[in-house]
Write a protein that binds this ligand. Structure first.
Ligand code: ADP
Ligand code: MG
Ligand code: MG
Length: 245
């Protein structure tokens, strides 16, 4: 599914966190949102997820203007969100978490426990996730919990998946595994917004890179751009990168 954000402006009081942001993510594209801490990346994604009502701007899915009044609407339209801090309930099983994620809202199918188990098995097998539907979430590794979040989003038929700083909590090996998962999702046509401030990962996996600084889009780059070019866009001046971030 193609995602377009057009002229999104979001203010908190006098502070403009998103200033007329434009972004296009094509179907089956991994599009990185690169920016320093506080640049406005999560705010933009919260607008996309229906959590914030923007002062200006439009969200389009496959060229159709959307009006989300909350995350339920965004989910039903095909937006999936994996936050840095997972929303799972640790003392419940994977399948129970999936079932609870399907609230009886407009357009979302309600799952019973058996259906939730089957969904977990199907999606887990399709992407080689190796997740047991009856495992307790609190007994899973952080990487596995993140895969459960991805399963949850896919079980809600997410066509656009937002991963907000997904590698911040992962080990290097789990990060490599996530990169492979993102590649598999892309092959199946899922569009991915990949938020990060780590240049190496962004260049490794993305098809396109949009750089945000102080609430504004300051450039779009190809993954072939150098670390120096990307870092200069991020901070607004030339930087000496003696260490590869
Ligand atoms: P990023 O995800 O790029 O690190 P955020 O979108 O979280 O940045 O934040 C962008 C700016 O907006 C920051 O200066 C942050 O303090 C501010 N901000 C974010 N959410 C709120 C809020 N709910 N109320 C007031 N200011 C906020
Ligand atoms: Mg953030
Ligand atoms: Mg609205």
């Amino acid at each position: 599914m193609k995602l377009e954000l057009r002229g999104i402006t979001k203010r908190f009081g006098n502070f403009t966190a998103n200033d007329r942001i434009n972004l296009i993510v094509e179907t089956g594209e991994i599009h990185a949102l690169l920016g320093e801490n506080g640049a406005g990346k999560s705010t933009l994604m919260n607008v996309l997820y229906g959590l914030y009502d923007p002062e200006e701007g439009e969200i389009l899915l496959d060229d159709v203007v959307q009006d989300f009044d909350g995350p339920g609407d965004a989910m039903a339209a095909g937006i999936g969100m994996v936050h840095q801090h997972f929303m799972l309930i640790p003392v419940f099983t994977v399948a129970e978490n999936l079932m609870l994620g399907h609230e009886p809202v407009k357009g979302l199918s309600v799952l019973d426990l058996d259906a939730a188990r089957t969904r977990v098995r199907e999606i887990s097998e399709r992407f080689g996730f190796n997740i047991d539907p009856d495992a307790l979430v609190e007994e899973l590794s952080v990487g596995a919990q993140q895969r459960v979040e991805i399963i949850k989003a896919l079980s809600q038929d997410a066509k656009v998946l937002v991963l907000d700083e997904p590698t911040a909590v992962l080990t290097p090996q789990e990060t490599d595994e996530l990169m492979e998962i993102m590649d598999e999702l892309r092959k199946e046509g899922t569009s991915i917004v990949f938020i990060s401030h780590k240049l190496r990962e962004v260049r490794q996996v993305s098809d396109k890179i949009t750089v945000i600084r102080r609430g504004k889009v300051v450039g779009t780059a190809e993954p072939t751009a150098s670390n120096e070019e990307l870092a200069a866009l991020m901070v607004g001046r030339a930087v000496d990168l003696s260490v590869d971030k």
